[in-house]
Design a protein. Sequence first.
Length: 476
Amino acid sequence: MNIAIINGGEESRRLWESLLRYPRSENHPRLVAVVEEDETAWANMASEAGLFVAKDCRDLLKRDDIDTVIDLGGRGPCDDFRARAGNIQILDGRKAKTFLEMLRAFSVSEDLKAELEGLRIRYNAAINSFSHEDVLLISRNYEIIDINETMLKKMGLTREEVKGKHCYELSHSRTTPCDGKEHPCPLKQCLEKREHSQTTHIHTDRRGGHLYFSISCYPVFENAEVVGAVEISKDITRDIRLEKNLFHQEKMASIGQLAAGVAHEINNPLTTILTTAMLIQEEMKQEDPNFQDLRTIVNETLRCRKIVKSLLDFARQSKPSKAPQDINDVVRETIALTRKQAAFKDIEFDANLPGGLPNVYVDKDQIQQSLINLALNAIEASEPGEKIRFSTRLVPDKTCIEVIVSDTGSGIRESDQAMIFDPFFTTKESGTGLGLAITLGIIQRHGGTITVKSKEGHGTTFRIRLPLGMGDNDGR
């Protein structure tokens, strides 16, 4: 296991010396990198000792051999580093020192029983110092030897109820060890390879969303044999979502710039083609065989212009100009603006708009554009005689207004649901693939969220949540 230390100063040096005294083995901790923001004697010493020395924690990302980062300075790695750290385990200085004590405690040999009580006290302090992580001490046959207080409180169990159970029984309610793509077993790899192993488990919450847990296993040695492992698991859902959000924002910005450039370049020749075709058409009799061809040119050019307008709307992403609005009025106007399209397909609108909802600070035109996009998509997905339902409500914790648009139409394939908000993704023959991307951008600029729930052949439901309160008027 390779370790990097951040801003430790003298304490970092003492920890390094402690690691040097630790039994030498390829499976035991090894200090390989040091980050010191200030010029210190320790930084010079570390450099002379052949360690990787940097002033910015992000420089650690240049290496691919770091398993654990220990923060001894108290300030912690920056958010950018945390978002890009991937599988690197991040521990603070107190946890780092006590964690090493825990490993030493369970590597003690039989002839050191006189020191066992003192080590046991330090072990208890170590295992319970992880206030945000779940820690298990597990034997080779997957039985739980011990568990920290944090995990006991989360599960509402006592230590006596847990000891002796298999780890997979407790954490996953299984009768066999974890396996498969979403639940690989890090303990198995740790025991077999006699080294630190790490994996990520994906669970599903009550709403069907994904929860991500980083699980690390560290082997426990006795007389050069692996007798068990320490398993540390941490909920990293927030970090994963932050990383995905950063990636999505960067992708959207790049696509927006590209779209704007392409749209402006195409717009001018399109105008020339459209104007020329219409002028020729005006001077030509309808009986002329070329008249219909010119009409086709005009119609297709207008369709291209519509696509160009969508590209510009997507690229522009103007900041919302917020003002207090009655969300029910916005929904009613949306229904009025799209009712003719629905009536043309013999589709009815149904609305459940309770009175007394607090105003939301939004850009009315932008929110209306988002709702129109959802309404038109619902109309296109519905068959004659079906209904589209609009509803609003104040969420139970009274922090948001929720707008729901649901239909009983064709639904969305499960394989497509993760991509429907991506620019240019469409399943329609004449679609641009920008409607939902624009809608997502508008909602996010209002500090809100939009989610979709759909089953092929059973309809689709979109939920928009808009926060209450004035927020920033510029939409940040």
